[in-house]
Design a protein around this ligand. Structure first.
Ligand code: ADP
Length: 400
């Protein structure tokens, strides 16, 4: 069975085609500048065919999907014989609200429910819906389309963790609550950690740290999310590349009054000009900050310190929430690759019985346990694979 995984943004579309017999990626690629001019990079894997990397006119998402399928089946760049060899499509959908606690086959009613979540994710859900509709149009009604939600994994959080202490009517009337994001990633690494540790997920208390451009931490008890650092929106929790994370809400009123700023401009400051780039006044990219800090930039070092400190504090609070922890997992761009950041976080963790082995941290490539042999808490680095989760869910649902 071949599964196409689609992650549609407002002007971009990422894809991977999986052969699910072997769970290998046959081809992957990226459409960019959809609706503007258009560029397609298509990479066939493992069959010796060349990469296609050129400007192509992509006036909308349907044209982009058609261009992707043309490449997947083409003589020169292709990996399958015809579109009929694509058995189902899995779509990443950012927000499923309270309607979806698991992946689901997309029907008219499901599409309507995803549309109903647009107010909760005004930037993401419309793009995801456009991707779904484009696939339905190009591939026809007989190819099952499945939605996999970033929020679904966190629907197991208890009320005390997901409610905000604001008037209850905002939950009742407006569904304002903590939803959490990166659920597909947290779910993957938590399940993988259980395999690597060699214990059933039901018996483990885990803390998953997804640290990338956007970052979130998740407390996983017995395989279920019980708390997470992102909230009603992905602006909450840790300081991130360009997002502020948790701040005193009173700051907004103060800045808006003092600088005569509207809410739109204020949100741009908090979403795009804060976090690592805001503090360092240099870059949102952790690699740049590590280099700059090594060259003596105080503010770059401060931004990194603030990030590591907040990650560690959140881990500490989740140890209390979980009543203990068996393993802490680091994943995503920074968690998988940045030894200095893992080091910066782990220096706080002796207090909870987690001791990092600096040599294991330096030598780590791919999946590895970087805790000392006698550390009470294991420290795993596990590369995330959201696309594989989407492909697996899609296969399971399409087969039903
Ligand atoms: P997202 O999917 O949220 O856009 P990623 O998970 O791809 O983000 O993470 C991107 C971040 O990972 C960037 O800030 C980048 O600096 C960081 N990163 C990638 N490789 C390294 C590395 N070798 N060392 C430090 N940071 C890295």
């Amino acid at each position: 069975m071949n599964i196409l995984v689609i992650n549609a943004g407002s002007s971009s579309l990422k894809y991977q085609l999986f052969d699910m017999e072997t769970e290998t990626v046959l081809a992957k690629g990226l459409c960019e500048r959809i609706g503007l001019d258009g560029h397609l990079k298509h990479t066939p894997l493992g069959n010796g065919k060349p990469v296609f990397d050129e400007d192509v006119a992509l006036k909308d998402h349907s044209v982009a999907i058609q261009a992707v399928i043309d490449k997947l089946v083409s003589e020169e760049y292709g990996v399958v014989g015809s579109m009929a060899e694509i058995d189902a499509v899995g779509h990443r959908v950012v927000h499923g609200g309270e309607s979806f606690n698991e992946s689901t086959l997309i029907t008219d009613e499901v599409l309507k429910a995803i549309e109903d979540c647009i107010p909760l994710a005004p930037l993401h859900n419309p793009a995801n819906i456009t991707g779904i509709k484009a696939c339905q149009e190009v591939m026809g009604p007989d190819v099952p389309q499945i939605a996999v939600f970033d929020t679904a994994f966190h629907q197991t959080m208890p009320e005390k963790a997901f409610m905000y202490p604001i008037p209850y009517e905002y939950y009742r009337e407006d569904k304002i609550r903590r939803y959490g994001f990166h659920g597909t990633s947290h779910r993957y690494v938590a399940a993988r950690a259980a395999e690597l540790i060699g214990k059933p997920a039901e018996e483990l208390k885990l803390i998953s740290c997804h640290m990338g451009n956007g970052s979130s931490i998740c407390a996983v008890d017995g395989g279920k999310s019980v708390d997470t650092s992102m909230g009603f929106t992905p602006l909450a929790g840790l300081p991130m590349g360009t997002r502020c994370g948790d701040i005193d809400a009173g700051i907004m009123e103060y800045i808006m009054n003092k600088y005569d700023m509207g809410i739109g401009e204020m949100m741009t400051v908090l979403n795009k000009k804060s976090g690592m780039v805001g503090i360092s006044e240099r870059s949102s990219d952790f690699r740049d900050l590590i280099d700059a800090s090594a060259e003596g930039s105080h503010k770059s070092g401060l931004a990194l310190d603030m990030f590591c400190y907040d990650v560690a504090k959140t881990i500490g609070s989740y140890v209390v929430a979980l009543g203990g922890v068996d393993a802490i997992i680091f994943t995503a761009g920074v968690g998988e690759n940045s030894r200095p950041v893992r080091n910066g976080v782990c220096k706080y963790l002796s207090a909870i019985g987690a001791d990092m082995d600096p040599e294991k941290n330096s030598a780590c490539k791919g999946e590895c346990d970087i805790a000392t042999d006698d550390s009470k808490v294991r420290l795993w680095v596990i590369p995330t694979n959201e696309e594989l989760v989407i492909a697996r869910d899609t296969k399971a649902i399409a087969e039903k």
